[in-house]
Design a protein around this ligand. Structure first.
Ligand code: CMP
Length: 147
């Protein structure tokens, strides 16, 4: 049965012109892209999206990074979309990924632990929350306007 996951091409990914390559990999891997939009997030939206990281020391830096330029948000669909997209993007630290998972998307397109080019939901529950965060009215009633 089909499953949805949320993918984000982060500011470093868009700025580095990796979008076409990443979308090609996504489509070649059997996903369909059912929703997509380019948005410029503000720090407050990033704060709410990444709320589970709010107590981490890197949180202020994460807010600045994710609001530093436009991002491409996509809903990907296929069987086992959540696990398969996570496997394709590779480890969080793009520097380590270059050694341990050289064919992963973060190894190919990411820079380091923070600027790791892409996001993927870590579970079906996160996927549902993250998808509705961007593509339905969020709890605050905010809607995101495409750039
Ligand atoms: P992601 O897994 O998509 O979501 C949380 C993000 O926070 C992560 O990607 C990185 O961009 C960033 N991140 C995670 N851990 C660290 C860290 N230790 N230092 C800096 N940034 C981090």
């Amino acid at each position: 049965e089909k499953e949805k996951t949320l993918a984000i091409i982060k500011p470093d990914g868009l700025a580095g012109n990796h979008t076409n390559k990443i979308k090609e990999i996504i489509l070649d891997s059997g996903f369909s892209i059912s929703r997509e939009m380019i948005v410029q997030l503000d720090e407050d939206s990033v704060k709410r999206f990444y709320v589970e990281h709010s107590s981490k020391s890197f949180f202020p830096s994460l807010l600045k990074y994710m609001a530093s330029g436009p991002v491409l948000i996509m809903v990907l669909e296929k069987e086992s979309a959540v696990a398969d997209w996570r496997a394709m993007i590779g480890p969080t630290d793009a520097r380590k990924a270059k050694i341990t998972h050289p064919y992963s998307i973060r190894a190919m397109c990411g820079l380091d632990l923070q600027q790791n080019c892409v996001h993927g939901s870590d579970s079906p529950d996160s996927a549902a929350r993250e998808t509705s965060f961007f593509f339905k009215e969020s709890s605050s009633g905010q809607t995101f306007n495409s750039c």
